[in-house]
Design a protein around this ligand. Structure first.
Ligand code: PHB
Length: 386
C-alpha cells in the first residue's frame, strides 16, 4: 500500500474513533431551577417532567447517557449571572434547561447568547427571550408572558366584562402578562381602570384587596404563581371578594396549587396552554406515567419540563447525538413538531411555542377544560432579529 494511502486510512480510523467516543460521552445537562422559595414546587415538577421523558427513552437521548448538573437559582435575579456561569464555565455543560422566574431567565439568556450555549427555557415567559434578546441557540418549551395574558383578555371580554382591575408582582412576568391581557381586553372594548402591583415575592395583599373592594370593577385579572398564588386566592376569598368581584387569571393562579387553595379556588376561570383533563391518549398516557413514577399528579410545569426534553431529543436525534453538528441540530429543533400532552405544537420563527389556549374551570383538584380561548396563538415575537 502506498504510504500516503496508509496515512489517510489511519487518519480516517482515528477520526471515526474520536467521533464514536464523542457520541458515547455522556451529555452534560445543566438544570438551573428554583428548588427553594415561592417557586420551589414549580422547579421540582419541571425536573420531574424532564426526567420522565428521558427515562421513557431508556435513560439516554440519541444513544447518549445523561449527566445532570444542578443549580438552585432561588428565583433571585441578582445571583443569576453567577449561577448560570457555574454551569457554563465551571461544569462546561452541553445544554442548559432553566428556569421559572423571568428576571433570572433574562440573565441566563444573556449568558447563553454570549457563550453560544444551547438554552431551553421550560417556563419563564419573559417576552424578551423570544423578542429583542432572542438568539438561534435559545428555545422555549413553555409560553411567552404575553400569550396567557392575551388569551385571558379575550375570554374576559367574551364574558361581557367592561371594567377590569389587574393585580400582580412588579416584575417582568407580572407586567408583561398584564400587558397581554390589556391588549386583548381593550381591543374588544373593555377598559383596564387600574393596575395594582407589589414587589416579588411579597404576599401582603391586604391593602390592595381593600382597594379592589372600594373600586368594584366587573372583573379582576391576576398573575401570581406557586406559593404566592396559593396565598392570593385564599386571601381574595377571605376578604369576601370572591362572591362580589369575579377573579380571573392566567392559569398559573390555579396550577399545581389546588390542594393548598381548597374551597377558595373552586369555580375560578383561567386560561392556559394546558388543562388536566385533555382527553387524548397522549395526555392520559403522560398523566398515568407521571403518577406511577412520582405518586403525584402532573401540572403545567411538569408538561413544560417533559417537552423541553422532547425538544432536546428532536435536535439530538437529527445529528445522532453529535452536538458538534450544531447547525443541523438547531434546524431540527426549529422545525420540530412536539407531541406534547397539551396537544401538538410547533415553534414560531422566534422559537416560542405556537399553541392552543384552553379555558379552564377549577373543579375539585383539577383545572377542567371548558373550551378553547384562542387556537394556535403565536407570540408576535416583537423585536427579535435572528
Ligand atoms: C415567570 O417569572 O416568567 C413565571 C413564573 C411562574 C409562572 C409563570 C411565569 O408560573
Amino acid at each position: 500500500m502506498p504510504p500516503i494511502l496508509k496515512l489517510t486510512l489511519a487518519a480516517i480510523a482515528a477520526t471515526t474513533t474520536l467521533a464514536t467516543q464523542a457520541q458515547q460521552a455522556p451529555l452534560k445537562v445543566g438544570l438551573m431551577l428554583p428548588y427553594t422559595g415561592t417557586f420551589a414546587a414549580l422547579g421540582d415538577n419541571i425536573e420531574k417532567g424532564f426526567r420522565l421523558y428521558i427515562n421513557e427513552q431508556g435513560g439516554k437521548l440519541a444513544g447518549r447517557e445523561i449527566q445532570f448538573f444542578k443549580v438552585d437559582d432561588e428565583s433571585e435575579p441578582s445571583k443569576a449571572t453567577d449561577n448560570v456561569n457555574k454551569l457554563i464555565k465551571r461544569d462546561n455543560v452541553d445544554v442548559i434547561v432553566g428556569t421559572v422566574h423571568s428576571g433570572v431567565a433574562l440573565a441566563m439568556a444573556r449568558a447563553a447568547k454570549e457563550s453560544n450555549t444551547l438554552l431551553i427555557v421550560p417556563n419563564a415567559g419573559a417576552d424578551g427571550i423570544t423578542g429583542p434578546q432572542c438568539a438561534p441557540n435559545i428555545f422555549r418549551s413553555s409560553f411567552s408572558n404575553w400569550q396567557p395574558g392575551y388569551a385571558t383578555g379575550v375570554v374576559a371580554a367574551q364574558k361581557g366584562y367592561k371594567k377590569a382591575m389587574t393585580i400582580t408582582w412588579n416584575y417582568a412576568a407580572g407586567t408583561e402578562t398584564v400587558k397581554g391581557f390589556t391588549e386583548a381586553f381593550e381591543k374588544a372594548g373593555g377598559k383596564v381602570v387600574k393596575d395594582l402591583t407589589l414587589p416579588f415575592p411579597n404576599v401582603e395583599f391586604q391593602a390592595l384587596l381593600t382597594e379592589i373592594a372600594a373600586q368594584k370593577p366587573d372583573v379582576v385579572f391576576a398573575f401570581f404563581a406557586g406559593g404566592g398564588a396559593v396565598k392570593f386566592v385564599k386571601d381574595y376569598d377571605a376578604a369576601g371578594l370572591k362572591k362580589t368581584v369575579p377573579l380571573m387569571g392566567s392559569g398559573f393562579l390555579t396550577d399545581g396549587t389546588l390542594e393548598a387553595q381548597g374551597a377558595s379556588a373552586q369555580g375560578l376561570i383561567t386560561t392556559l396552554h394546558y388543562a388536566d383533563n385533555i382527553e387524548t391518549p397522549r395526555n392520559n398516557d403522560f398523566r398515568n406515567k407521571f403518577a406511577v413514577a412520582y405518586r403525584s399528579n402532573p401540572d403545567v410545569y411538569a408538561v413544560q419540563g417533559y417537552d423541553a426534553a422532547q425538544l432536546l431529543a428532536a435536535g439530538l436525534n437529527a445529528v445522532k447525538g453529535d452536538m458538534a453538528k450544531r447547525p443541523a441540530m438547531l434546524a431540527a429543533m426549529n422545525k420540530a413538531t412536539i407531541d406534547s400532552p397539551r396537544g401538538r405544537f410547533t415553534l414560531s420563527p422566534q422559537r416560542n411555542p405556537v399553541q392552543d389556549f384552553y379555558i379552564r374551570e377549577v373543579k375539585g383538584l383539577y383545572n377542567v377544560n371548558s373550551g378553547i380561548a384562542v387556537k394556535a396563538l403565536a407570540d408576535p415575537g416583537r423585536g427579535c432579529k435572528g
